[in-house]
Write a protein that binds this ligand. Structure first.
Ligand code: MN
Length: 137
């Protein structure tokens, strides 16, 4: 019942347009609604208007950086429950811990392993693991 995925909305916060469009295309193909924003300063105002089911967030952003933004979103009861997955080229030792300490719920490095990304999304959305499940009732 892949229709369970329909209607989930993912906010992509990313300033690289090619990355955004690649993610949008692949996520929409799987039935997700995608909203994107490139400027870190615009994310909080955007979230006053709608509530995504999760956020995929680059960390190096124009405006406000992703570490600061994650901290702000997690400090606000209106947005604290939205899972944030950092999607970042910051892949040095300690970068994962830094992202998690800033408030991100998980961390994926670029270049993106798309299967890992999908598994991570489905875990946060409490969906069944990706893949065919022939014979499932
Ligand atoms: Mn960036």
């Amino acid at each position: 019942m892949t229709a369970a995925k329909m209607g989930h909305t993912i906010l992509i916060v990313e300033d690289n347009e090619l990355n955004t469009e690649m993610l949008r295309r692949r996520l929409e193909k799987r039935g997700y609604n995608v909203v994107d924003e490139r400027d870190g300063n615009q994310v909080k105002p955007l979230l006053d208007q709608f509530h995504p089911d999760m956020i995929l967030m680059d960390l190096s952003l124009p405006g406000m950086d992703g570490w600061t933004l994650a901290g702000i979103l997690k400090a606000d009861p209106e947005t604290s429950s939205i899972p944030i997955v950092a999607v970042t080229a910051h892949a040095m030792p300690g970068d994962r811990e830094k992202a998690l300490q800033a408030g991100c719920d998980d961390y994926i490095t670029k270049p993106i392993d798309f299967q890992l990304l999908i598994r991570t999304i489905e875990r946060f959305l409490n969906l069944s693991p990706a893949g065919d499940r022939p014979g499932s009732p």
